[in-house]
Design a protein around this ligand. Structure first.
Ligand code: CO8
Length: 288
């Protein structure tokens, strides 16, 4: 049995593994729950049913949560409150027949989330407890270490399967994670990998059998990272990540312009609409 501190009240929380997981409730937004663990790190849990798809408001909540956790705690554990989905990537309806003003703000918000997480000053570990396509995979790759539940879930940058193209900063982050050759194969084919495949490619660092185990392993890695002198750890991390981080920081506006012009082309809108229909029809097929 473990305990959750809520408004200074200690509340018991039972975990199926019996792991003692002490935490203090810090804040709750519409779709993001953040708890402060007494070990000193924040657990940021995405909770936007049914799939944690990233619409603009959710993205902004996540950025706020990451920045707050970075300022107020010693590390971040990113996970999902949903049972089988870590994050379904970008909310496709944000990009299909979009309102142009919102589209630009949506993309700017995503850039901010990326920069906040990718360059985060405190250690970040993703406990990927379900499917993690496209933008979900990106969130995982932004973290310093990835633990994924297997074997049944999938992860990858599948953008080309939707008829869209992973932006250069998605691509560069993947190249940095799994190397140029595998990233090229992965992006051109729009591959989704099983947890086992992702592990063998280095797309994730550890495979576990359930979420409780993922949380335990994530805590171990966070403690190890938190023990390293923080400035040296962060400067080392950014010495690897700086080029991608700086290129996007300096080129945000140009990237927004490119995205906004790209996404509205009929050659892009058409397959996107078809993909969206296929997603919706999947439910109808399941129910017959
Ligand atoms: N956007 C909107 N709705 C979604 C999304 C999404 N990304 N993913 C799932 N949903 C919805 C489904 O339509 C469904 O809605 P409803 O209940 O109303 O029918 C609900 O969420 C649940 O989905 P499923 O029934 O499919 O749930 P499953 O557990 O069977 O499957 C998956 C979960 C594997 C996550 C599956 O939903 C899936 O594959 N979703 C699509 C994921 C995807 O392809 N995302 C890519 C988005 S694009 C992106 O992130 C980067 C874009 C970069 C743009 C660059 C342009 C230049």
């Amino acid at each position: 049995m473990a305990f959750v501190f809520s408004s200074l009240k200690v509340l018991p929380v039972v975990r199926s593994s019996g792991v003692r997981f002490f935490s203090a409730t810090a804040s709750r937004m519409d779709n993001v729950e953040t708890t402060l663990n007494p070990t000193g790190y924040s657990v940021i849990s995405m909770n936007k049913g049914p799939a944690n798809s990233l619409n603009m408001e959710f993205i902004q909540e996540l950025t706020q949560s990451v920045r707050k956790a970075e300022g107020e705690s010693k590390g971040i554990l990113l996970t999902s409150s949903l049972p089988t989905i870590f994050c379904a990537g970008l909310e496709i309806t944000e990009m299909y027949k979009p309102d142009m003003v919102r589209l630009r703000e949506f993309w700017s918000s995503l850039q901010d989330l990326y920069l906040a997480l990718y360059g985060c000053r405190v250690p970040t570990v993703a406990a990927i407890n379900g499917h993690s396509p496209a933008g979900g995979c990106l969130l995982g790759m932004c973290c310093d270490y990835r633990i994924m539940v297997g074997p049944k879930y999938s992860i990858g940058l599948n953008e080309t399967q939707l008829g869209i193209v992973a932006p250069y900063w998605f691509k560069d982050t993947m190249v940095q994670t799994i190397g140029s050759r595998q990233a090229e194969l992965s992006l051109t084919l729009g591959l989704m990998y099983t947890t086992e495949q992702a592990l063998s490619l280095g797309l994730v660092d550890k495979m576990v059998s359930d979420k409780d185990e993922a949380l335990v392993e994530a805590e171990k890695m966070l403690i190890a990272l938190m023990r390293v002198p923080s400035e040296a750890r962060h400067v080392s991390k950014m010495s690897i990540r700086k080029d991608i981080y700086d290129r996007l920081s300096a080129g945000k506006q140009e990237d927004i312009d490119y995205f906004a012009n790209f996404i509205v082309q009929s050659v892009i809108q058409k397959p996107l609409g078809q993909y969206l229909d296929a997603l919706k029809n999947k439910k109808k097929k399941k129910s017959v």
